[in-house]
Structures are given as structure tokens and as C-alpha cells.
Design a protein around this ligand. Structure first.
Ligand code: SAM
Length: 498
């Protein structure tokens, strides 16, 4: 299958017809393919689509995989392996050749040239990205309301959601790990809040918006002493009901006085000036996008009442929008509404920490994930709105906020997903995390030597998780008390006027 060719399977039964030009193409195994030797004569590989069963191969099947090195044509492979049984399920080489290059399998690439140029890896990465995006095509769901529908109705349980559907940075670093020098994501956030003086005095009412499974609250509780948590009301606000149950349970076990509110962050159910601290982690890209046309932007006339309201708001905010306008101009309308709500509900002197992936220039792009589409956050727009509202703002890349050790090497996330599937089939637990090699050794024990194709990235390498694309926006609503700040050293208190 060529990335530009017309093969776009839509159902399980789709296969690539092995005829015509295809026969003259050559086959390359995907470079990040992980192979697991389950038994002396049985090897497993995992198709990209979790819905498809693992591919189980015998020695003939493993040889077929080995032969996909860019030298043999499909015709040759078909002649050599086509009629032979390639695995314990009795599927033939032809059956495998008809499927492995399809996006849902993504085990190999068929083409006339290797997907390599100046940098082999860069080209492969692009190819994989295109293949994966095509597989995730959510065309019918790329609407302005799909995200609310997905969070209100599309998530039925929390088990596995962040392992399969949307793995977040905070999920990868949810527990103490090498990449954070033995710390965890939530602990680092708590340390940062304390360093910023946001816990002096401690907030009385904290709202965590879109907290997923609640790990950030758990780890924050571990970082803060019990007297620092005493008297703090920790509220979870989420659109997904099943997550709220998990959040409250985790937070209460960790020592918070916690409660859940089922609501939409774009319309916060709090009185004006009633919240001290808002934490919103990897959720802005889930908020309502508006798809505006160049004509709507040029004329200021919206085609729906929501578009009209948005256009009036953009004009009021004096947001400068890049020209020429694209045909599908995406505005992070929900995130802007949330920011305005944040201003309204925060007390004078209150704070907000917003973290998400995004861009600083141009127009947001859709990011297709299984079952839903998210949108890059245009941070220069959000920062402009924050200043327009009156916030004092600070902004930095997330790795800087977390002080991530750049030299750490972590397991490719694609490999982690494949290992998870192998472990599941073996009846062994395995959680998706940012594993260094020693951490993986500890997690897998005797299984590790039977895995080949594992590779590690520098944690800040864009090819790993694109951590530099994640940004932190730190906001303060002016008007709080100006308390003398002090630090203690050798029994003395050193005061400074803030
Ligand atoms: C990508 S997850 C991030 C979860 C968690 N903070 C993390 O970093 O792993 C997005 C979270 O925001 C919630 N969410 C999405 N849209 C929301 C909205 N409009 N209002 C409130 N919560 C929302 C989802 O249910 C989910 O808990």
C-alpha cells in the first residue's frame, strides 16, 4: 500500500488485492515492529487496531516477516509463502500478504521505494502518522458537538480508557518514575504550585477540571503535608460521569476532602469569585471547536447563532487572526469560554494552571484519536484572551515546568501498546507508562528477553510523545492580599515584600 494509493479499508473484511502494480511493489517491515516469541515455534505481532486479534506466526510466518526487507517483490513473496500455512490458526501467507500493509494492521509497507529520504526515521514517522490518521478517520464525527457527545455518552467505563483511547502525558508519568527522578507528574505540579507561592496561603477551594482517573490529585496529596491539605475542599468537575467516581475515590483515599460535580467546564456551576485554584490538565483540546468559513470571518456574519455569538466575541476580544483564512478555520471557542468562566469564578488573587498540547502560530489542526477528534490549542489566542480579561500570565513548555531530565531514554509508546497486548494474551498485568529500560526490566522480568524490536527515545525527542508541544499557562487574577513572603534559614525568617 502506498501512502498516496487508494487503499482505504473500512471494514474487517477489507483486503488488498494482490494483482497488477501491487505485484511489482516491494515490502518493508515497519521499523518499530515489536515481535514476541511466545513459544519455541510461535511468534506474535500486534496489529495497530486493538480490535483485531494478535497475529500468531509459525516459523514460516516469521520467515515471511523476515523477508520483508525491501528486496523481494510482492510477487516473489507470494510465490515463496502464499500457499503455506503461516501460523497456528492455519492462515496462509497470501492471507497475511493481503492484510499486513493495510492501515488497521500497519505491520509493513508496500511500495516502489523505501519510505526514506535524508533521514530514514523522519520519513517512516511521517508515513506512520499518515497511516494512523487515515485509520482513525472520524470524518462523520468531526463536528462541533462530537466532543461533548463523546464525553457524555461515548465513554462507558474508565478501565483502559487512558491506556487505549487517549494516553495523556500525566498518565504516562502518573507514578514515581526515572524520567522525573523518582517523582511523579502530580508531585511535580504540587512542588511547582508551592514554589510559585500558590499554596501560601493555601487555597480553600480547589477545582480540578477534567481530571481523568484522578492521579494528579493522588500524587499532589502525597507531595503535600497533611496540614497543607487540611481545610482544603477538592472539587472534581467533569463531563464524563464514570470518571468522576474514580476521581473522588482516588482523591479521598489519598487524603483529600473531595467531591464530584458533573458539569461542563465551558459553563462553570460556581458563583462569581468563589474558587481559589483551578487545575485543568490536558483537557482544553477536548473543548468545543468552531469551524468557521473565510466568508464568515470576512463579513462577521455567522451562519448559525453560535457562530454569530462567537464572531461577536472574537471582535470584542480584538483577537488578531492570521490571514489568509483557511477554508476550515478552527477556533478554540470552548477553551475561550472556559477561560472567561475561570476569570469569573476565581477570587481576586486566585490562580489557574492550564496544560495542553498546542501551537503558538497559525490555525489549529484536528488531531484524530479513536472515536473522537481533538483540536490543537492556539495558545497565542488564549494568552491574548487571558491578558484581555486582566490575568497576569506566565507561559512555558511543559517539560520546563516539570523539569524533565532530557537525557532519559524511554520506551517507544507504540512498543508499550504492543507489549500490553502480549501481556494481556499471556494473562499478565502491564500498564502503559514512560518506561526506562531498567523500569521495563522490572515490569516484564523473564518476558523481556523474548521481545525483539524494542526501541527507546530520548524523552524530549519529538518522535516520542511530542512533549515540547505541550504548554503550561499559569494565571493569576490580580487583587489578592500582598502578604510578606518569607523563607526560613537556620532558624531565621527572611522577609521580602512581594
Ligand atoms: C484527555 S482527558 C485528560 C484527563 C487527565 N486530566 C489527564 O491528564 O490524564 C480529558 C478530561 O476532560 C474531561 N472533559 C472533556 N471535556 C470536558 C468539558 N467540556 N468539561 C468538563 N470536563 C471535560 C474528560 O472527561 C476527561 O476527564
Amino acid at each position: 500500500m502506498n501512502p498516496g494509493s487508494s487503499v482505504t479499508p473500512s471494514s474487517d473484511s477489507d483486503t488488498l488485492e494482490l494483482s497488477g502494480q501491487v505485484l511489482h511493489q516491494r515490502a518493508w517491515r515497519m521499523p518499530d515492529l515489536v515481535v514476541y516469541q511466545h513459544a519455541p515455534e510461535e511468534w506474535w505481532v500486534a496489529p495497530l487496531d486493538e480490535e483485531l486479534p494478535l497475529i500468531r506466526l509459525n516459523r514460516m510466518g516469521a520467515s515471511l516477516l523476515g523477508a520483508m526487507d525491501g528486496r523481494a517483490t510482492i510477487q516473489t513473496l507470494l510465490a515463496q509463502f502464499g500457499k503455506w500455512v503461516c501460523g497456528p490458526d492455519r492462515k496462509t501467507g497470501r492471507w497475511h500478504l493481503e492484510r499486513w500493509s493495510l492501515p488497521r494492521y500497519s505491520l509493513c509497507y508496500f511500495g516502489t521505494e523505501a519510505p526514506s529520504g535524508h533521514s530514514v526515521h523522519a520519513k517512516w514517522d511521517l508515513l506512520l502518522q499518515r497511516v494512523r490518521e487515515r485509520w482513525h478517520e472520524n470524518a462523520p464525527t468531526d463536528s462541533e458537538t462530537q466532543l461533548h457527545e463523546f464525553h457524555r455518552q461515548g465513554i462507558h467505563g474508565h478501565q483502559g480508557h487512558f491506556e487505549l483511547i487517549e494516553t495523556t502525558v500525566s498518565h504516562l508519568f502518573r507514578e514515581p518514575c526515572d524520567a522525573l527522578q523518582g517523582s511523579s507528574y502530580g508531585r511535580r505540579l504540587a512542588q511547582t504550585l508551592k514554589q510559585l507561592g500558590w499554596w501560601t496561603p493555601k487555597p480553600r477551594r480547589v477545582v480540578e477540571v477534567g481530571a481523568g482517573l484522578g492521579y494528579v490529585s493522588q500524587e499532589m496529596a502525597r507531595e503535600l503535608a497533611s496540614h497543607e491539605r487540611r481545610g482544603v475542599e477538592y472539587l472534581f468537575l467533569d463531563l464524563t460521569r464514570p470518571f468522576l467516581t474514580a476521581q473522588v475515590q482516588v482523591a479521598q483515599q489519598a487524603g483529600w476532602s473531595a467531591q464530584a460535580i458533573h458539569a461542563d467546564a465551558e459553563r462553570l456551576p460556581f458563583a462569581d469569585g468563589s474558587v481559589d485554584l483551578i487545575i485543568d490538565n490536558e483537557n482544553l483540546a477536548d473543548m468545543t471547536p468552531l469551524h468557521l468559513t473565510p466568508q464568515e470571518l470576512d463579513t462577521g456574519q455567522g451562519t448559525t447563532s453560535q457562530h454569530q455569538a462567537a464572531l461577536e466575541l472574537l471582535r470584542r476580544l480584538r483577537l488578531s487572526l492570521d490571514r489568509p483564512y483557511p477554508n476550515d478555520a478552527i477556533v478554540n471557542y470552548g477553551a475561550i469560554m472556559f477561560l472567561m468562566e475561570t476569570w469569573r469564578v476565581l477570587k481576586p488573587g486566585g490562580h489557574a494552571l492550564l496544560i495542553e498540547f498546542g501551537i503558538d502560530q497559525g490555525w489549529p489542526n484536528p488531531v484524530r484519536l479513536p472515536g473522537h477528534t481533538e483540536y490543537e490549542v492556539q495558545f497565542s489566542h488564549l494568552r491574548h484572551v487571558a491578558r484581555w480579561l486582566g490575568f497576569r500570565e506566565q507561559y512555558c513548555p511543559l517539560p520546563q515546568l516539570l523539569s524533565i531530565r532530557p537525557e532519559t531514554h524511554v520506551l517507544c509508546t507504540g512498543a508499550a501498546y504492543a507489549i500490553r497486548r502480549f501481556c494481556e494474551a499471556e494473562g499478565r498485568p502491564f500498564a502503559i507508562r514512560a518506561y526506562t529500560h531498567p523500569e521495563l526490566e522490572k515490569a516484564l522480568g523473564d518476558m523481556l528477553p523474548r521481545l525483539t524490536g524494542l526501541h527507546y527515545h530520548q524523552v524530549l525527542d519529538p518522535a516520542w510523545f511530542g512533549l515540547w508541544d505541550f504548554k503550561a499557562l499559569l494565571l493569576e487574577k490580580p487583587g489578592g492580599f500582598h502578604r510578606p513572603a518569607y523563607h526560613e534559614s537556620k532558624g531565621f525568617r527572611w522577609y521580602s515584600q512581594r
